[in-house]
Design a protein around this ligand. Structure first.
Ligand SMILES: [Zn+2]
Length: 365
């Protein structure tokens, strides 16, 4: 069941040896960047735990495995971030069907290129329901598994609802959590979990998958993989979705501000004067982070990433000190966090463009 999951050999080997030893932790946290296979491996692991063989390894053929892989097993409980459930019965129907559609996509598409907005959280009411089901006896008399995708999207009140079971799980209950950053998950939760760290995927792993599974031609697969920063989700979104445009817009803007004068910065900021679109701003900032990483990679002699760089950006790549590039990356990450705290889009973008310009003109006339 692990075979369809790309890379992550170390995590897989550790899990397999734990399964073989009959020593599967009650709570596991799969941590690592977006789009590297955490949810996919979590689901395969859940299938193993619910396999009728009882061994912990999924046979792939039994009813238990198949229903678990389809997220349909009655003893498999799945939580993921979603917008708040409406109070009124009128709007509940719409919410229910959108929630079901999202769940179906998680089930049907490996590495689905989905982004979660900053304000989207794991729904409290659903956590309470899962808690009650984990405390009652299992439907099939075997193990019960709770998958929590993006555990950092649980606030303290929500996490508290499930914490007691996480601290002292009843026999046969297993939790598998995923998170992009361990530090963003409440320490009361992480302290109970065995943590497994996932790595970014290699370009050849991503390109190979896009080619064999999605039938992309070699060139397009390579180009998407090069810009994907080790994330299969990012690669798929670059290859198949609109955000490819957002990414090239970010790239053009970044290059213009890096090579241009102060006036370029003023002109560029002017475009965002009345913008309130924080999703667009987040896409741009993500693009800027990729550009900065590409420049850093070139400076460190990593050719693969640098190949996508235009001559213009390459011409200024040697200007900034490495420490300034590093600081720029941090500033851009902070910018994304500020958007999450509802700081005005115009303020964040203007400051960002200024930082990019400063980084490439630091110490110059
Ligand atoms: Zn099975």
């Amino acid at each position: 069941m692990f075979d369809t999951i790309i890379g992550q050999e170390r995590v897989k080997a550790t899990l397999i040896s734990m399964i073989d030893a009959g020593n599967i932790p009650h709570a596991m946290l799969f941590a690592g960047p977006n789009g590297v296979g955490k949810s996919e491996l979590a689901r395969a692991m859940a299938a193993g735990l619910l396999c009728e063989s009882g061994t912990g390894t999924a046979c792939g053929a039994c009813n238990g495995c198949r229903r678990a892989m389809k997220l349909e097993h009655p003893d498999l409980h799945v939580l993921f971030p979603f917008r708040r459930r409406p109070e009124s019965a009128d709007s509940r129907g719409q919410w229910d069907s959108e929630y079901a559609a999202h769940r179906a996509r998680l089930r049907d598409e490996p590495y689905p290129p989905m982004a979660y907005g900053q304000s989207v959280m794991i729904v409290r009411g659903l956590v309470d329901e899962v808690r009650d089901r984990l405390l009652s006896s299992s439907f099939e008399g075997g193990r019960k598994v709770c998958l929590i995708f993006l555990a950092e999207k649980m606030n303290a009140a929500t996490a508290n609802s499930i914490l007691k079971i996480l601290e002292e799980p009843p026999a046969g209950v297993h939790f598998i959590l995923t998170a992009e950053r361990v530090s963003s998950v409440l320490p009361t939760i992480t302290s109970r979990c065995a943590v497994f760290r996932f790595r970014r995927l290699r370009q050849d792993e991503i390109a190979g998958y896009l080619e064999t599974v999605h039938g992309l031609d070699r060139e397009r697969a390579d180009r998407s993989a090069q810009m994907a920063d080790g994330s299969m989700k990012q690669a798929k979104s670059l290859a198949f979705e609109q955000s490819g445009d957002a990414m090239s817009r970010a790239y053009d803007l970044y290059t213009a501000v890096a090579i241009g004068t102060g006036d370029t910065v003023i002109e560029a900021s002017h475009m965002f004067l009345r913008s309130r679109d924080s999703a667009e701003a987040e896409e741009l900032l993500t693009g800027f982070i990729h550009c900065t990483r590409a420049v850093l990679a070139r400076r460190c002699g990593i050719k693969q990433n640098a190949e996508v760089m235009s001559g213009e950006l390459a011409s200024v790549a040697m200007r900034p000190a490495l420490s300034n590039l590093d600081r720029l990356s941090q500033r851009l990450e902070e910018g994304i966090e500020m958007l999450g705290r509802n700081v005005a889009v115009t303020t964040v973008l203007t400051a960002t463009l200024y930082h990019i310009h400063e980084t490439y003109h630091h110490g110059r006339a």
